[in-house]
Design a protein around this ligand. Sequence first.
Ligand code: PLP
Length: 389
Amino acid sequence: MNSMELESRYTSGVYGKRPFTMVRGEGATLWDENGRSYIDCGAGISVANVGHSHPVVTAAITSQASTLLNCPEMFYNDQRAQFLSRLAAILPGDLDRIFLCNSGTEAIEGAIKFARLSTGRSEVISTVRGFHGRTMGALSATHNKKYRQPFMPLISGFSHVPFNKIEAMETAVTDQTAAVIVEIVQGEGGVRPGSRSYFQALRKLCADRGALLILDEVQTGYGRTGSMFACEQMGIVPDIICLGKAIAAGVPMGAIGLGGRVTDLPKGSHGSTFGGNPLACAVANAVLDIYEAEGLVERSAQLGARLLEKLQAIQSPIIRDVRGMGLMIGIELRQRVMPFVLALMAEGIVVLNAGPNVLRLLPPLVISEAELDVVVERITAVLQPEVVG
Ligand code: PLP
């Protein structure tokens, strides 16, 4: 059996898959098993921000693998110490205590625990179309019924209010609210950025009512939106920030940054076997080296603005809206998106969907202008009425 047949036979079946077997990547290029190349505008869902097979990442993995892979947090470790201090230095404001974990959903899970612990309150408010992960706590904060319904009852004390509408939060946040969890740009929910005035008012509301503001920057963080963290563009500092995806270039890792309003956490109140392991930390250090050396945050802002402008200029009756921040761009269609996603794959471009009718672009931040020009050209050709019936 080939890879597709083997996976189909032995996988759990929970993933909807595209019929392509990817075997290699370099920069913003992916290759399938037949040697066909694709321009990657998904970056593994905003993971490969430094591109695939970056030599600095490869060197860090190789070196750390032959030094020390695992070191639980009962001990100190050189790579972890370095990464904690470097991340604290780039996180905004007073977010200078960090819990390391292994994925985005774990970062949300930990943030919910820390917020309940710190405030002594239990209620958590998130937003309509918000996506925060699929473990039970994060799923309770996630809005989409399709993900939630089969697993009811979820954790009590969670509610959802419309996104980017401060009046809804003003009504919902009370003296029982432990935390509000929001994304700056709703990713899975359709690439929908909130406004600066909304986030500033939300920041103040949470502070006034004694609730913690948790920003889920799992997808928007690490330069994706044209600043290292998207909250910088909104002029706010959350009480807790959740990170994942790109921080170790594909080696699983998540992080929770804690600000001054989060009280000291009792020993033993949370933990993780793999959290803060030396391999992930060594790669995370290499990732920060690459961001500095290659100016990836500025690159995201510049290339993103150029790409957005070109996409907004496409004339097509299928397109309803083109929006985004940095290299996080959504093209909302008047039709279902999956046939267009597959048509683009056939043209050698990997793109993502965000919900049923938004085409999502999250290319590696190292992608070239020339590659983006090819992407625009092929998207223009594919998003025409006669291409997909
Ligand atoms: N939060 C956001 C905003 C996400 O986009 C995702 C994943 O797509 C998650 C949380 C969950 O991350 P993970 O899949 O690493 O658990």
